[in-house]
Write a protein that binds this ligand. Structure first.
Ligand SMILES: [Mn+2]
Length: 290
């Protein structure tokens, strides 16, 4: 049981409405309709009451449409994507409301919400969805900056929030790009104590020069990263504690889909206390780069 002054939830790359090759609409809808229950059950099993909850929405919440050829054949319509995502967050807000009356939401747009190369940079389905979500719920406080990144104070710590699509990969591996950008941004747009990002669909916890980096996973297995990088996606989302002594006091990965993983439901669970890193549960080899 993880009880803290504040709970951090990283939610990104859920890609509501994305279909696998040859998957029917009904099958995809069934998966996304069950996602809230799956997520909330697993979250509820590890957290206790928290005074404050910080929900970091780091983009690619909707699958979007038209950002790569053939995408229209592999996605539900935008209105269905929006309905499924609204239902997910409605259930999540209801659940979080039973835990805390101080819920803060930090929305950042992803690359999948882009509408087209001739549209304004701000024209993005994630942005539209976040506004929709904010209007539908009066209880959580939305901190929407309509920017590609958000540098903000969370529980007296500086956090940098970003989707991550502007970070280059080297040899199809994101680690080096993330580390160098993170170190550069500390001095160019920082300083910050923690960096949260998504985009790469790979779960990883890093700690460089005293700064924590939580790289978030996705919701659902597909073969995109297998073909592109040879790596299975991490179908898991970070949750973590934020305390007075550290911006990241513990972490837990909430696994959302197990069917393609060799080792079911271990996820990656690590405990970080101060600068001491202890491995709590063995890591899933599919979830990590070497
Ligand atoms: Mn994504």
């Amino acid at each position: 049981m993880k009880s803290n002054n504040a709970l951090g939830l990283v939610v990104s790359d859920l890609h509501f409405g994305q279909k696998r090759i040859n998957e029917t609409d009904d099958s995809a809808i069934r998966f996304y309709s069950k996602l809230a229950k799956e997520y909330i059950q697993k979250l509820d099993a590890i957290v206790e009451a928290n005074e404050r909850v910080h929900l970091f929405l780091l983009g690619d919440i909707l699958e979007g449409e038209g950002i790569f050829p053939t995408q229209a054949h592999d996605a539900l319509a935008i209105n269905q994507q929006t309905e499924l995502a609204l239902s997910f967050f409605g259930d999540l807000f209801d659940y979080l409301g039973t835990m805390s009356h101080h819920i803060h939401v930090y929305p950042i747009k992803g690359n999948h919400g882009r509408v087209g190369k001739y549209s304004a940079e701000e024209t993005n389905w994630d942005t539209v969805f976040y506004k929709h979500l904010e209007l539908a719920h009066t209880e959580p406080a939305f901190h929407n900056v309509y920017n590609d990144w958000h540098l903000c104070v969370i529980e007296d710590w500086m956090f940098l929030l970003m989707h991550g699509d502007c970070i280059p990969m080297y040899f199809q591996i994101p680690d080096y790009g993330i580390r160098t950008r993170m170190m550069n941004w500390v001095s160019s747009i920082g300083p910050f104590d923690a960096f949260l990002l998504g985009h790469f669909h790979h779960l990883k916890l890093m700690h460089y020069n005293g700064i924590y980096c939580l790289l978030n996973g996705c919701a659902r297995w597909n073969d995109f990263s297998v073909k592109k990088m040879g790596m299975a996606p991490s179908t898991a989302q970070w949750c973590f504690g934020i305390g007075p002594d550290s911006p990241v006091t513990w972490t837990h990965a909430i696994t959302l889909e197990n069917e393609h993983l060799r080792t079911p439901d271990t996820g990656v669970n690590q405990v970080f206390r101060g600068s001491t890193v202890a491995l709590e549960v063995s890591t899933n080899p599919n979830n990590y780069y070497p």
